[in-house]
Design a protein around this ligand. Structure first.
Ligand SMILES: Nc1ncnc2c1ncn2[C@@H]1O[C@H](COP(=O)(O)OP(=O)(O)OP(=O)(O)O)[C@@H](O)[C@H]1O
Length: 218
């Protein structure tokens, strides 16, 4: 997949709240936006302006929006369940803001749950990613016993365990300091470059440490 386009998209909740939808002031909502692969896109937003909703719409988790979202020109509302499964295994990866790790499972188990679906990374490659993010010593710890910043790094590794054309990152560094931001950003950039992929990353001020080709305000 080479393009994701948002054509006049607006979350239903904003449409009904605004009454007059033209009152929405955004580079994304009610606009025509195309994300091309490869490319790094940053979506800057204030809390509550719909970052997570946008990621959920593109990932197909929610469809409570007006307008159209197109993958390579095709409206994603027409995708079958099988097509969504294929899309999520091979074309789109998502790092959700709330990470969605299984707290009782270890770091390795959390990552393997994903990697078993894709068989994308070897055990050594996963260990090497954990080492780069300086959490390899936590591999056998339950996720619940990690700090939030460590959990964020685990979720980032997990998101990279698949082939993708587009990587959606919802506030990927919100719990990281500058040094860890840099480690994570370099890891992501290496994988994205290897795959020739695009990144769509949201931020509420503290952004991933990768220069974007385009910055959009939500
Ligand atoms: N599952 C949902 N169904 C319907 N509306 C939702 C849903 N989740 C969030 N909303 C509404 O959409 C609006 C934007 O929420 P969203 O979570 O997308 O914002 P956000 O920009 O990611 O905020 P934050 O930075 O605080 O996480 C809010 O008014 C919220 O109540």
């Amino acid at each position: 997949m080479d393009t994701i386009a948002l054509d006049n998209v607006l979350p239903d909740v904003f449409a009904s709240a605004a009454g007059d939808a033209s009152a929405v002031d955004s580079d994304v909502w009610l606009c025509g936006v195309t994300f091309n692969r490869p490319g790094i896109y940053r979506i800057e937003a204030e809390s509550g302006t719909g970052k997570s909703s946008m990621c959920s719409f593109i990932y197909g988790n929610r469809s409570d929006y007006r307008g159209r979202i197109l993958f390579n020109g095709r409206d994603i509302r027409s995708f079958s369940v099988k097509e969504w499964c294929d899309m999520r295994v091979s074309h789109i990866a998502l790092l959700p803001q709330e990470m969605r790790l299984f707290p009782e499972l270890t770091v390795t188990e959390n990552i393997e749950i994903k990697n078993r679906l894709t068989s994308f990374k070897t055990r050594d490659e996963i260990t090497a990613m954990l080492e780069r993010l300086e959490i390899a010593d936590k591999a056998d710890e339950p996720a619940a016993r990690l700090s939030i910043g460590q959990q964020q790094r685990v979720a980032i590794v997990r998101s990279l365990c698949q082939p993708f054309d587009f990587l959606l990152l919802d506030e990927p560094v919100s719990h990281l300091d500058a040094r860890n931001n840099s480690l994570v950003s370099q890891l992501i950039l290496d994988e994205v470059n290897r795959q020739g992929a695009a990144v769509i990353a949201t931020s509420v001020g503290y952004a991933i440490d990768i220069d974007p080709v385009k910055v959009l305000s939500l």
